[in-house]
Design a protein around this ligand. Sequence first.
Ligand code: ADP
Ligand code: MG
Length: 278
Amino acid sequence: MSHIFCVANQKGGVGKTTTTVNLAAGLAQLGQRVLLVDLDPQGNATMGSGVDKRELPLSVYDVLMGEATVAEAAVAAPACGYHVLGANRELAGAEIELVSLPQRDQRLKAALAQAAAEYDFVLVDCPPSLSILTLNGLCAAHGVVVPMQCEYFALEGVTDLLHTITQVRANLNPDLQIIGLLRVMFDPRTTLQQQVSEQLQTHFGDKVFQTVIPRNVRLAEAPSHGLPGVVFDPAAKGSQAFINFAREMMGRVGVAAPAKGRKPAAKKAVASSAARRS
Ligand code: ADP
Ligand code: MG
């Protein structure tokens, strides 16, 4: 059975996509079979995995509409070692179209159920809102990973999100757990960030991941090369932190030492324009 996790935070620009692609790549490097599901119509996780969102024959949109299976729509991200169920602007229309469909918030869950045996981890990159798309992610998931910056209003924002998760658990998905809060874009020289980081640990205890992701320009540069930082520059501080995070995640969900040589099933790749240029 796969572990299905949403990377969610209703704020934009907090590091959801960076966390999703780098955790996916880190877990893949540790021998895990990983599927990344891009639930954001911006398609940043798709492009950031080297898959051109404009050339997807099928996407997560077709899966949500019931017109394709996950197995049919997922493609390989060869440089990254995982599979991608990609997204593009077509997905923006799904918000409206889903309203009239039966089981509108359970459609990703139903689709992933058929693919669960193929993957050890399924990571869902959510859009920055509590839309029907995010709800599909939260209903499909066993757990939520919350990336957050240690800023002044961070605690307030996270309290709202935790409230939403409690609601979803009560009404739609009793299995939903908070796997943990991940401190990202951290600058240890900033006193305020240190203070907020300590507050987080006081409030949430071991729900705060031990790994801290530093602010690191190589992580920000990697998407323009169609790669997660972990693949683009494995030696960079930020990449090392994400590898450590992948290890911590495996420990947290009780996955034993990496099984060597296991790869996701072979799949056709959709090359990115960045990859084609090089
Ligand atoms: P979200 O998906 O929540 O909108 P992103 O992952 O796209 O957030 O991150 C927002 C911006 O911050 C992007 O430009 C990304 O490259 C940059 N970024 C994310 N994490 C880091 C980091 N640890 N260090 C430096 N830049 C980062
Ligand atoms: Mg994003």
